[in-house]
Design a protein around this ligand. Structure first.
Ligand code: AMP
Ligand code: MN
Ligand code: MN
Ligand code: MN
Length: 285
């Protein structure tokens, strides 16, 4: 039994494969009742998600997954309950989109140097969606330049590989500040996925808390029980609330399916209580 909650999801407005309405259908079938669409550095899918959610009777929390930098590494901060029209958030989204498009050109060049069709991929990525590395990986795989998406990362796009281009994302502090200025709660996404020592990870979580972060993603898609325990320990130690998110990009990849999420351990307060209670009051009124 899970919490019927999923606060980390992607759509075609970033690197997910489903349109928001199709994602809502998947969530409804999986028994999810409260969810957040959290596309990378964009709120473009939120209006469609909200419309589909109300048609289906699901509670939709407006979300985003912002790219940030901590100690020269990229980390992800999910913003929940944001006002998608907040001015500061809009400026950040514009700046992040420019960073992504600039990086896409640099990635394309590096792919060319490695003998891969970088320019062709870049042309295929023209359009309103700010390109992520996932987009590059999928296009390389569909052109037959790599065996599959995973090997595009491990051979070319991952940190330390020939087509990896590091970006100076905005700082962790600034990113948390933007989310709060937009009325949202900041959640540090998939805290165990960053390559850090145990001490560095505790420092990251502590600095996130000091910056005004609200919660840690304690249950993330595909996490083993020991990882959930470790994330729980980090949240409790820092006095953060807990969140649950599948990080589902593609329902064909079973380990990130929203219906496979574990329950949030009871020792930590759920970050979603604030929206859940409000929606229940609205239903009762
Ligand atoms: P970007 O924000 O453009 O650097 O792309 C990051 C996205 O790439 C993440 O949100 C994941 O969806 C995906 N990603 C990162 N590393 C991997 C990997 N090793 N295998 C598959 N997908 C990955
Ligand atoms: Mn992604
Ligand atoms: Mn992420
Ligand atoms: Mn994500």
């Amino acid at each position: 039994m899970n919490d019927h909650v999923d606060l980390h999801l992607h759509s075609v407005h970033s690197d997910g494969v489903l349109a928001p309405a199709a994602l809502v259908e998947l969530l409804a079938a999986a028994g999810v009742r409260l969810f957040a669409l959290t596309d990378h550095d964009t709120v473009a899918g939120l209006a469609a998600a909200a419309t589909a959610a109300s048609a289906r009777g699901l509670v939709h929390v407006a979300g985003i997954e912002l790219s940030a930098a901590w100690q020269g590494r990229s980390v992800h901060v999910v913003g929940l309950g944001i006002d998608p029209d907040a001015a500061a958030l809009g400026r950040s989204i514009t700046a992040l989109g420019e960073l992504r498009r600039g990086r896409a050109h640099a990635i394309a060049e590096r792919l060319e140097r490695a003998g891969l069709p970088g320019r062709q991929v870049l042309e295929r990525l023209a359009g309103p969606v700010a390109p992520t590395r996932t987009h590059f990986a999928r296009e390389l795989a569909s052109l037959g330049a790599v065996a599959d998406v995973q090997s595009a990362f491990t051979r070319y796009l991952a940190r330390g590989r020939p087509a990896h281009v590091s970006v100076e994302w905005p700082s962790l502090e600034a990113t948390v500040g933007v989310i709060r200025a937009a009325g949202g709660a900041a959640v540090l996404a998939h805290p165990l996925r960053y390559t850090l020592s145990a001490g560095q990870r505790r420092r990251l979580v502590q600095e996130f808390r000091v910056a005004g972060g609200a919660a840690l993603e304690v249950v993330t898609g595909g996490a083993a029980p020991a990882q959930i325990e470790a994330a729980l320990g980090l949240a409790l130690r820092a006095g953060l609330e807990g969140s649950v998110g599948s990080d589902c990009h593609d329902p064909a990849l079973p380990w990130h399916r929203p219906d496979r999420l574990a329950k949030l351990p009871e020792a930590v307060a759920p970050v979603w209580n604030r929206w859940d209670r409000a929606s229940r009051r609205a239903l009762e009124a």
